[in-house]
Design a protein around this ligand. Structure first.
Ligand SMILES: C[S@@+](CC[C@H](N)C(=O)[O-])C[C@H]1O[C@@H](n2cnc3c(N)ncnc32)[C@H](O)[C@@H]1O
Length: 236
């Protein structure tokens, strides 16, 4: 996936998210509050774990013990959810486009040796299976059981980049495994100048077509037309 516009969008996202992370990472991660104590911030990650994972265990674990599962989080920010995942799943891999967010996420998971946070290029997962060949072996041998993303794709202005992530997850997810993620479902003004804040939106047919193109079954969806439009993509 080349293209000048994509390259420009990636540069803009990296620069803007680094700036936001240095200014006040936790505020930009969850804008409801300006100042977050450690306790409040990580409690909000725990609430996300309860709402999106613990309430949905049959789809996510499919009978597996969570402690036996390898999971991926795309766009981990300052480690709010990553830390909650670290205490619940066996192995956690997380990526983020911003070096400063990655630094803060690594700090958040100090004491959790089962958790690995990578700085990535904003469009694929080669940070996991590419540069770390020696560690993980070839890409096809690196497999995850579940992938997750929240409040990330709603900020990505390009459907091509979002779809590329879906294809990338397909490469490393085990057959039958779930990629549960949230996109913008509300028809936003995509001409908004700050393109690293207002992301592309998806209608239900667009989401379903993307699932088909990328080798997934879109089995469930929730919140079409809303900012928090949740998609359950099961790998065929
Ligand atoms: C609003 S924060 C949410 C962080 C985290 N998901 C949470 O809920 O706590 C959005 C995060 O997505 C990251 N991000 C934005 N665009 C990205 C991209 N193209 N690839 C990877 N991460 C991205 C940002 O750096 C930021 O850390």
């Amino acid at each position: 996936m080349a293209g000048l516009e994509i390259t420009r969008q990636l540069l803009r996202m990296r620069r803007d998210w680094d700036r936001r992370a240095k200014e006040n990472a936790r505020h930009y991660v969850v804008t409801g509050q300006h100042e977050w104590s450690d306790e409040e911030f990580f409690k909000s990650g725990q609430i996300t774990l309860e709402e999106e994972i613990l309430n949905d265990l049959p789809n996510i674990c499919q009978g597996k013990d969570p402690k036996e599962m390898k999971v991926l989080e795309i766009g981990c920010g300052a480690g709010r959810v990553t830390r909650a995942f670290a205490g619940f799943f066996g192995e956690v891999y997380a990526v983020d486009i911003s070096r400063e967010m990655v630094r803060q996420a690594r700090e958040a998971v100090v004491g959790f040796p089962n958790t690995h946070v990578f700085h990535n290029n904003g469009k694929d997962l080669s940070a996991l299976y590419g540069g770390w060949r020696g560690r993980f072996g070839i890409a096809t041998r690196f497999q995850i059981d579940f992938a997750f993303s929240i409040i990330v794709f709603q900020h990505i202005p390009s459907r091509k980049i979002i779809e590329n992530y879906v294809r990338e997850v397909h490469k490393i997810l085990r057959p039958g495994g779930l990629f549960k993620f949230q996109v913008q479902g509300c028809a936003v003004d995509e001409t908004e100048p700050d393109h690293s804040w207002v992301g592309a939106f998806f209608t239900e047919p667009q989401a379903r077509e993307m699932a088909e193109r990328c080798g997934f079954e879109m089995r469930y969806q929730y919140g079409a037309g809303d900012q928090y439009y949740w998609l359950w993509f099961f790998k065929k």
